[in-house]
Design a protein around this ligand. Structure first.
Ligand SMILES: [Zn+2]
Length: 198
């Protein structure tokens, strides 16, 4: 869940299909659509309350995303980071501090669930409070959980032409975030080989 939410947040910066970069959080309408799309993943953090899709929320969410993409760029080293925002990142220390401070804005407590016959599970419940803070604290906590988990070692920046996506490498031979990126990369290589020979 933490992994899915963190990758979804980072993935709001994406290839626009025309060789450029699109930002799904570029305006309040974009934020509102993204929040709706992520509602199942956000439920744990905001408890069904809809966060306000306003400019302040947008700026706060984008600030968490910048920290996340900074630390994604650090996590994929020595491979190069996504090209989309590599010139607009924080220092890793600043990004870590931002995530920690944002997460600390909302206290959480552990909740044990142990349904009859099932395995016990741990969840974290947030204190009731400002919904905007709960949203950004939830995003920051998800990022902290993911970045400190072993899954981080499978994070990759897709090397396909024009792709700016980060993804989790699911099997050893996976090179691209999705098959269409692999096709595009093969076409580009083919073209390069042929134009170089002329
Ligand atoms: Zn890709």
């Amino acid at each position: 869940m933490a992994q899915q939410l963190t990758l979804a947040l980072a993935g709001t910066i994406r290839h626009d299909g025309n060789g450029g970069v699109a930002d799904d959080l570029a305006d309040v309408t974009g934020l509102s659509g993204w929040l709706r799309g992520q509602a199942p993943l956000l439920r744990e953090w905001v408890d069904g309350v809809e966060p306000p899709a306003d400019e302040q929320t947008r700026l706060d969410v984008v600030a968490v995303r910048r920290a996340v993409r900074t630390l994604f760029a650090a996590a994929v080293r020595p491979e190069p980071p996504s090209r989309a925002d590599s010139s607009a990142l924080l220092s890793p220390a600043e990004a870590v501090e931002r995530l920690n401070l944002t997460a600390a804005a909302v206290p959480v407590h552990p909740v044990l669930s142990w349904p009859d016959g099932a395995a016990p599970t741990l969840a974290w419940a947030a204190e009731v409070g400002d919904i905007r803070l709960r949203l950004t604290a939830g995003l920051a906590r998800a990022a902290i959980e993911f970045l400190s988990s072993p899954a981080r070692e499978h994070l990759r920046a897709c090397p396909a032409p024009r792709c700016v996506r980060y993804f989790i490498k699911d099997h050893p031979r996976q090179e691209w975030c999705k098959p269409s990126c692999g096709n595009r990369a093969r076409v580009a290589r083919h073209y390069q080989r042929h134009s170089a020979g002329r």
